[in-house]
Design a binder for this molecule. Structure first.
Ligand code: MG
Length: 369
């Protein structure tokens, strides 16, 4: 549904994380995130969260850069009625603006984001991503703490020197019933014989992974294809897939048995829907990946995770996993599941007082049409 956009509000918001999160790319203690609000003349405003991180380490985009490209290139195009596709790259910034525009339309229509995407499940399983800890025992303690709260799927961040041993320790403690993924964030080299041998052990029967995520650099599709032929666990691509076109290349090479789907990384919900359909047609598994989103982004991820093709555990946990105070009313989990919002649009909004308290930059652009 078309709505009369009168402007767009862009904010850089800073939220402290409930606990530090360490991956092969570094340690995060807070989440700086761009929040987009489309201002509508005679209906509800729309909201979108830009998943770009403060540093360009996971992906080339970063929060302050996304704010700049939104302010100077994307929002002016949207307000002028030009296509956002005129701007190359900058998927995360584009996705946030697309989400906010779409959210406004869906709210006006009274239709949920889950329904727009084609989601079929009212409830989805949780999946807890666990960063690197100081010791293997610390890692096991963290996993057991979440396991004790009912969560039954875990993604362990790995990197050279922190892989087989921690994964085996977790598997030993949690038993066979739990789904375990390993995510390397591209930290291994496909031309290093010893690292390939390690990945063979990571994918071994004793650890029993449901998937091995992004072992190699994003552009190393050939390396991923070679590994996929050598191990009998799906190689799941995350950073390698920024568009449907890149998915097609990966499929043609045999480089992916699974995809970590993030609407932000692929430029938005329309592209995410296409990628989901293409993976289903090819029999490729999907999982909804996470970017330490606030409640706003989590609402979207819940809708994505509820798609019929998302058959691998997501990166999805209750708000308390990430923030002491979330931007929205907190999302809770129960027995290792979470409810998919079914209200209009994202089904949730930022709490005005938290939004104002955590905003460090605010820009408002008005339509001149
Ligand atoms: Mg990943």
């Amino acid at each position: 549904m078309e709505v009369a956009l009168v402007g767009v509000e862009l904010r850089l918001v800073r939220l402290p994380l409930a606990e530090p999160f360490t991956t092969a790319l570094g340690t995060r203690r807070r989440r700086d995130v761009v929040i987009v609000r489309t201002l509508v003349d005679d209906g509800p405003d729309g909201w979108g969260e830009c998943v770009a991180e403060p540093d360009p380490t996971y992906w080339p985009e970063y929060a302050v850069g996304a704010l700049d490209v939104l302010e100077h290139h994307l929002v002016p195009r949207l307000l002028d009625g030009r296509s956002l596709r005129q701007v190359r790259g900058h998927q995360m910034a584009r996705a946030a603006l697309e989400c906010a525009a779409l959210d406004a339309g869906l709210r006006a229509e009274g239709r949920s984001m889950a329904s727009f995407l084609g989601a079929t499940r009212p409830v989805v399983p949780t999946g807890i991503a666990v960063g690197r800890t100081r010791t293997v025992d610390d890692l096991v303690d963290v996993v057991l703490r979440w396991h004790g709260e009912g969560h039954r799927a875990f993604k362990v961040k790995i990197q050279p020197g922190w892989d087989v041993e921690p994964l085996r320790a977790v598997r030993r403690e949690v038993g066979d019933e739990v789904a375990l993924l390993a995510d390397a964030n591209g930290s291994y080299r496909s031309d290093a014989v010893d690292e390939l041998a390690t990945l063979q052990r990571v994918a071994g029967d004793d650890i029993d992974l449901v998937a091995l995520e992004q072992p190699f650099a994003p552009d190393d599709l050939v390396g991923h294809a070679r590994l996929a032929r050598e191990i009998d666990r799906p190689v799941c691509l995350d950073e390698s897939i920024g568009s449907l076109g890149q998915l097609e290349s990966a499929l043609a090479l045999g480089a992916c048995g699974a995809v970590s789907l993030k609407a932000g990384r692929v430029g938005g919900l329309v592209e995410a829907r296409r990628i989901h359909q293409r993976c289903r047609d090819e029999g490729v598994s999907l999982r909804c990946g996470g970017m330490l989103e606030t409640g706003l982004g989590r609402a979207l991820n819940l809708a994505v995770a509820a798609l019929p093709g998302c058959n691998l555990p997501p990166d999805l946990g209750p708000s308390s996993r990430y923030f002491a105070t979330d931007l929205t009313a907190p999302f809770e989990s129960r027995g290792g599941t979470m409810i998919v919002p079914d209200g209009p649009g994202l089904g949730i909004e930022p709490l005005p007082e938290v939004l104002d308290e955590t905003t460090i930059t605010l820009r408002t652009l008005r339509s001149t049409r």
